[in-house]
Design a protein around this ligand. Structure first.
Ligand code: PLP
Length: 400
């Protein structure tokens, strides 16, 4: 990749995504489940760029959405409503109403209260709401506590006994139609055993319900597949699939998959430039033109991202790579061995395709950076760089 040429044309910083890599990972995942019916619902919170979504629509992907805004993104790029599902612990009444009107595949319920609210909304609209229940199987996903979601102490989903009770209620309701079950126990999982454990627990519930004549069609195993940021061993897709398939004996279901990070993380690079090399009495800092508002994962989770200076020839030594924001937490790496750089040198922050741009903000009145994509060796801009005027547009309307 000729980053110098890209810099000349687009300036830094920018995100660069490899769409071909996303495609191949999508097809790889689909393939390991070919023994059964399956549907990928891409978890778009990882990266919701419209061009990226459009490319996935062409591959027949579905979408897992966590706000009505995300549902509208999916519809906007031509996804069929029956390929869209809606999850999240805090859906508002208005969001539930809109989701029903859009006639999406199902709504993933996360509490009994939400089920009752949805029932009343469906009644008001004279519709029948297709539902799935997010079960919290109480297994330890062994990942970072901020991205672990499958223990009873987490806010997500409902305990299995409550789920059973809710299905019995929903099956009798004139306005609810149970069609699926769902679990998602955490993110960045490198060991798939906890997912298999959860699948067996949840499949058992499905068999019990089947005996009671409540037949669920979708068995949604969530996302969470981890990727290698720092040389970790990635889970074997074949093993991942086999464990899930093994849990489903005697059940005729479509397997739902909600990969986010797995599909997009590796495809993305945050490309920035060195502003200054700064040496204090204690430390060497490399100050770059991107900052925590562009990629917050190091600040938020202490996440590791590989950093590469493809053109710098200087002697390597330890340094902190930091942005220019007025927070000590604004860093991309600490104590990393990198070559001495010159002002303007290109810096690549790797594996930034998931939870990068979607978590970005305008903190410090910094415009969001542009997003580029490469597909079949052609580079295109898929989101423009924001301008100062974009940032203040809504405030300006309020001036006297
Ligand atoms: C975030 C999320 C996902 C995607 O998680 P990844 O770790 O990025 O694969 C899938 N399903 C639900 C319900 C989520 O909240």
């Amino acid at each position: 990749m000729d980053y110098l040429k890209l810099k000349e044309e687009f300036k830094t910083p920018f995100y660069l995504y490899d769409f071909d890599l996303i495609k191949s990972r999508f097809l790889e995942l689909k393939d390991v489940f070919k023994a059964r019916k399956s549907q990928i619902f891409y978890a778009m919170k990882a990266n919701s760029n419209l061009s990226l979504l459009q490319m996935l629509v062409r591959l027949d992907s579905g979408f897992d959405c966590v706000s009505i805004g995300e549902v509208r993104r999916a519809l906007r790029v031509g996804a069929k409503p029956y390929k869209i599902i809606f999850s999240g612990v805090g859906k508002s009444e208005d969001e539930l109403e809109q989701a029903l009107k859009f006639d999406i595949l199902y709504i993933n319920l996360e509490s009994e209260e939400e089920m009752l609210l949805l029932e009343s909304v469906a009644k008001k609209l004279k519709l029948k709401a297709r539902i799935s229940i997010r079960v919290n199987p109480n297994v330890d996903a062994k990942t970072h506590p901020y991205i672990s979601t499958g223990l009873n102490e987490n806010k997500f989903g409902v305990e299995i006994d409550l789920a059973r009770k809710m299905y019995l209620y929903a099956a009798k309701s004139a306005f609810l139609e149970p069609v699926g079950v769902h679990f998602h126990i955490g993110s960045q999982l490198l060991d798939v055993a906890p997912i298999h454990e959860a699948a067996f627990i949840v499949a058992k519930l499905l068999r019990e319900l089947k005996a009671l004549k409540i037949e669920l069609k979708f068995f949604d195993v969530g996302g969470g597949l981890g990727i290698s940021y720092e040389g970790e061993k990635e889970p074997c897709l074949y093993d991942y699939a086999q464990g899930i398939l093994a849990s489903l004996t005697g059940l005729d279901v479509t397997i739902g998959l909600e990969p986010g990070r797995f599909l997009v993380a590796k495809s993305g690079t945050l490309v920035c430039s060195v502003l200054y090399e700064k040496n204090t009495l204690k430390k060497r800092f490399m100050v770059v033109d991107a900052a925590m508002n562009d990629l917050i994962r190091p600040s938020l989770y202490n996440a590791y991202h590989e950093i590469v200076l493809p053109y710098a020839k200087g002697e390597p030594s330890l340094c902190d790579v930091v942005g220019g924001i007025c927070e000590s937490g604004d860093f991309f790496a600490k104590g990393r061995k990198l070559p001495k750089s010159e002002r303007g040198d290109i810096v690549l922050i790797k594996e930034a395709g998931a939870y990068g741009f979607t978590m970005s903000s305008n903190y410090n009145t910094r415009p969001r950076i542009c997003e580029l994509a490469i597909e079949n060796s052609v580079v295109k801009m898929v989101r423009k760089r924001e301008k100062f005027e974009d940032l203040i547009a809504l405030e300006e309307e309020c001036l006297d």
